[in-house]
Design a protein around this ligand. Structure first.
Ligand code: SF4
Ligand code: SF4
Length: 222
């Protein structure tokens, strides 16, 4: 899922400094699961921002709503009347959600309340870790299901680098060496031979370096 973290209340107050009526919009999917931008977080932020503005002598009216997915136009249509009666929108969606709202409501200011961080998983209670950088050319089959592009600090495709201590990465000792994990995993599944060939340089043409990417599936278009 997409993992994000909330901006501070101070930042959100500053974002809407010039407005008196603002719509706070939560998103019911990834950012709800990672406790950053769901109904609960929108409610807490709205309360805190109202209090901060009141104490500053500049009260603000905040309307709040959480929709199922901000990144789909289908759900954005429910916002139309609420957007019409507010001066600006604060989106608690990921970066895609914020931009979808900005495209849909092109004459209203839209502000991001979250910092969108990575594609990851819930490791344990309230701890998420990054697993994928969406490179567009997945190599997990070669590496036993462990991504060196994301999880090796040097993004080595022919590791390890030789700097690990025990099973720790030399760049950040709070993280496992991805190559230790890859070796163990391939050994456990009887596929260590996958590490014998030198892996050629990755084809980055599917990645993010040449701007925003598109995916089209003609068979599903109407
Ligand atoms: S190889 Fe690319 S698509 Fe596959 S997990 Fe790693 S970053 Fe994600
Ligand atoms: S110690 Fe392991 S994870 Fe860290 S940079 Fe070297 S090979 Fe990559």
């Amino acid at each position: 899922m997409i993992v994000a973290s909330p901006k501070s209340i101070k930042e959100i107050v500053s974002l809407i400094d010039r407005h008196q009526k603002v719509l706070f919009v939560g998103c019911g999917t990834c950012v709800t699961v990672c406790l950053a931008g769901g109904e609960r977080e929108v409610g807490i932020a709205a309360y805190a921002v109202r209090m901060a503005r009141k104490l500053a002598g500049k009260p603000v009216e905040i309307e709040q709503v959480t929709i199922e997915r901000q990144c789909e136009n289908e759900f954005l249509k429910d916002l139309v009347p609420m957007v019409a009666r507010n001066e600006a929108i604060v989106s608690f969606g990921c970066g895609a959600g914020v931009q979808a709202i900005a495209e849909r409501f092109s004459t209203k200011p839209v502000y991001a309340a979250l910092n969108t961080e990575f594609l990851g998983i819930l490791e344990e209670q309230a701890l998420w870790t990054e697993k994928c950088m969406a490179c567009g050319d997945c190599m997990l089959a070669t590496f036993g299901g462990i991504c060196p592009v994301t999880r090796c600090a040097k993004r080595m495709l022919n590791g390890p680098c030789g700097g690990s201590t025990e099973d720790r990465c030399e760049v950040a000792d709070d993280r496992s060496c991805a190559w230790q994990l890859i070796y163990k995993r391939l050994k456990d599944i009887g596929q260590l031979d996958r590490l014998e060939p030198i892996i050629p340089p990755k084809d980055w043409s599917h990645a993010w370096h040449s701007g925003a990417r598109k995916t089209v599936r003609p068979e599903h278009r109407v």
